[in-house]
Every structure is written in structure tokens, then in C-alpha cells.
Design a protein around this ligand. Structure first.
Ligand SMILES: *Cc1c(COP(=O)(O)O)cnc(C)c1O
Length: 376
């Protein structure tokens, strides 16, 4: 059976976890967490990066820093993971869903401005499959309407848009290190902060509302309750697992890119004959091979393809059920404009196996089977 996902593992994880245990520092903000934070800062050029317990929590932290309140509106695509909306709904805000572009499955930047009202506070672009949204247009809209930009870059580590790292373009960026992502710590994430004025607040919210981060740096002689907050910092054992992969980030990304290119090349004839559609990456974007998807003709063909592949021991999967059609989406959110592409395109999309150490032979076999399905 070829799995859809296998968690990334380099072999060094055991040593680093052992080191964390031997350090007798397994709680948060230990040496491995620091290394990971600094690595992200250096790699992306963001002012400050802080590991969190998940991307969901990084987004919650961003919502707190953005001071999102009851009655506020936040613009995002409907084609995304629930966490993008959850973080703002928890603060009492309304997610306002905007249609996606059929080519990248990212929020349609040309439909954002229509959704802006006097209640809008932020735009949340989601970089689907690690391919950048149209950040120049989005940043411009945000500037003109005085909105914050919070990037859901859960899938976007190592990707760039016009030379800038995804996650470090908006006011805040959120990475995920869930086991399904390119680099993992089991459950985990990071918040990237552009403006220094938010850093101290972020440290306080992340540490139960205390200034313990300052205390650890020797800047205060005791730490005290400063504000409300929560516990968003991961154990250093988890950071140790992640560090093993950040050290080999280029190697992991290259291995994924090789498989991605292989899929693309082998399936191009099917796309040229009009049977399927392949992912599109704008020329000014570099991506990280987070995902390889194709689009079938319609829902029925996709369902048949998934079961055909399953009969050949290949696990291929569909993706998001658009949030505006889900029970909580109907309750908490609203769709602005018309759903031209979100539902129809999400119905057609199927993701093929993609993970670090997926072999060339496996991808050849998967492509053979996709081609065989379309021979019929
Ligand atoms: C994975 C993912 C998340 C959630 O990440 P967690 O680390 O599991 O909280 C949020 N948004 C998108 C787009 C994702 O792909």
C-alpha cells in the first residue's frame, strides 16, 4: 500500500530528543525551541518567530495580537482548513468567505475588495499547496482599508512570492508542523511577527499572560501576571524532533520537488489531451512541493479515480469541504459574492501521495495507474 502521507523523519530525531531529555529541559523555550525560532527568522527574514503548539494556535495568537473582537469581520477563502476560521470565530468575529481562483485554488484577490465593509479588520490569505497568493494586491487592499494581513502559511514554509518568504510578508504569518506538513514535530507550528511592537505582547499571550520570557532572559527579577493569555509554547522534546528536519530542510525540499516534477512531467500528456488539470505555479512563485494534486472532470470521475487507485493499493484523497457549506460555516460565517469556483473546483481535486522519501518507483507506479484509469 502506498500511503498518502508518511510523517517526515530524517534519523537524527532520536538523538536530539535524547539530548533534550538529557538537558533536563523538556518544557517550552529550551535550546531546541530557540534554535528553531532563530532558523525560521533567518530563513524567512521575519522580525520574530515563536514556535507554538500548532498552526491553529499560532493563528489564535495572531487573532489576539490583532485584537479581533466580537462583531469584527475577517476575509478568507472558504476553501481552507477549519483552523483558519476557528481562530477568529473564537474571538466572536465573522469569517467572510471569498471565492478562490480556479488555477491556484488561492483566494481570488480581485474579489476581496468587494467583501470589505466598515467592520472588516483583517485579510487571511491561505497559500494553498505552498503556492503564494497574490500578496502585492492583497497588501495594497489592506493598506488602503487599514486592515491587517495574517498569512495562513501552514503549507508554505520554504516557498516564496516575488523573492519573499511566505509567512513573512503579512503582519503575521502562521506555519504548521503537523505530521502532514513538510517539516514536523507531531503537533506544532510557529507564528511569524513583522512589527517589533507586537513581540512583547506575543510572548505574554503565549506564556499564560506572564512575562516569563523576559524573566528567562534575565530582564526582570520575577515574572508576574501581566495580561490574559494561554499556553501556546510546545515542549522542547517536540522542538528537538523538528530541529532534525530544519537542519536538513534543503535536502527534504529537494527530495519532494523531485517527486513533484516527476508527477508533473509524467501526467503532462493527460493534461495536454484535456483529460485532467495540473497545478499552476505563477512564474514569480517558488513552491515547496507540499502537495501534488490533479483535477478530474467532475465529482463522479474523481470518486471513481480514488476508488480505482485504492484497488491498486494507492491512497489518494480529496481535500477541503468548503467552509461556507459546513454546519459551523453556515452558523458563524457568510460567503461574499457568488461561489463560482470554490465548490466546483474542490469537487474535482484529488491529492496524490506526497511525502519525504516517497520513491521514484512509487511515483512511476502511481502515474502508470492514473494513466491506466484514463485509458478507459
Ligand atoms: C494544516 C493546516 C492548518 C492547521 O495546522 P495545525 O498545525 O494542525 O493546527 C491550518 N491551515 C491550513 C491551510 C493547513 O493546511
Amino acid at each position: 500500500m502506498i500511503n498518502f502521507n508518511v510523517p517526515p523523519f530524517t534519523g537524527r530525531e532520536y538523538d536530539y530528543i535524547k539530548e533534550a531529555v538529557d538537558n533536563q529541559k523538556i518544557c517550552g523555550d529550551g535550546p531546541f525551541t530557540k534554535r528553531c525560532n532563530e532558523w525560521i527568522e533567518k530563513k524567512t527574514g521575519c522580525n520574530k518567530a515563536l514556535l507554538t503548539t500548532s498552526c491553529t494556535h499560532a493563528t489564535e495568537l495572531a487573532a489576539l495580537l490583532a485584537d479581533i473582537k466580537e462583531g469584527d469581520e475577517v476575509i478568507m477563502p472558504s476553501y481552507t482548513f477549519v483552523s483558519t476560521a476557528d481562530a477568529f470565530v473564537l474571538r466572536g468575529a465573522t469569517p467572510v468567505f471569498v471565492d478562490v481562483r480556479p488555477d491556484t485554488m488561492n483566494i481570488d484577490e480581485n474579489k476581496i475588495e468587494d467583501a470589505v465593509t466598515d467592520k472588516t479588520r483583517a485579510i487571511v490569505p491561505v497559500h494553498y499547496a505552498g503556492v503564494g497568493c497574490e500578496m502585492d494586491v492583497i497588501t495594497d487592499i489592506a493598506k488602503r482599508h487599514d486592515l491587517l494581513v495574517i498569512e495562513d502559511a501552514a503549507q508554505g514554509i520554504m516557498s516564496t512570492y516575488k523573492g519573499k518568504a511566505l509567512g513573512a510578508i503579512g503582519d503575521f504569518g502562521c506555519f504548521s508542523f503537523h505530521e502532514t506538513k513538510n517539516f514536523s514535530m507531531g503537533e506544532g507550528g510557529a507564528i511569524l511577527i513583522k512589527d517589533e511592537k507586537y513581540v512583547e505582547k506575543a510572548e505574554i499571550f503565549r506564556e499564560k499572560g506572564t512575562d516569563r520570557s523576559k524573566f528567562y532572559r534575565g530582564q526582570v527579577d520575577k515574572y508576574r501576571w501581566q495580561d490574559f493569555g494561554s499556553s501556546y509554547l510546545p515542549s522542547d522534546m517536540n522542538a528537538a524532533y523538528l530541529w532534525a528536519q530544519l537542519e536538513l530542510a534543503d535536502e527534504i525540499t529537494k527530495a519532494r520537488m523531485d517527486r513533484w516534477e516527476q508527477y508533473y512531467k509524467r501526467l503532462t500528456p493527460l493534461a495536454e489531451s484535456g483529460r485532467i488539470e495540473l497545478p499552476y505555479v505563477p512564474e514569480y512563485c517558488t513552491h515547496n512541493a507540499h502537495m501534488f494534486y490533479i483535477k478530474a472532470k467532475d465529482l463522479k470521475e474523481r470518486t471513481d479515480l480514488i476508488s480505482f487507485l485504492k484497488s491498486k493499493d494507492i491512497l489518494a484523497v480529496f481535500h477541503y469541504v468548503p467552509l461556507h457549506t459546513a454546519p459551523a460555516g453556515l452558523k458563524y460565517g457568510r460567503f461574499d459574492g457568488t461561489d463560482e469556483h470554490t465548490t466546483t473546483e474542490s469537487d474535482r481535486l484529488v491529492r496524490l501521495p506526497m511525502y519525504y522519501r516517497l520513491t521514484e518507483k512509487d511515483v512511476d507506479y502511481i502515474c502508470d495507474m492514473v494513466l491506466e484509469f484514463y485509458k478507459k
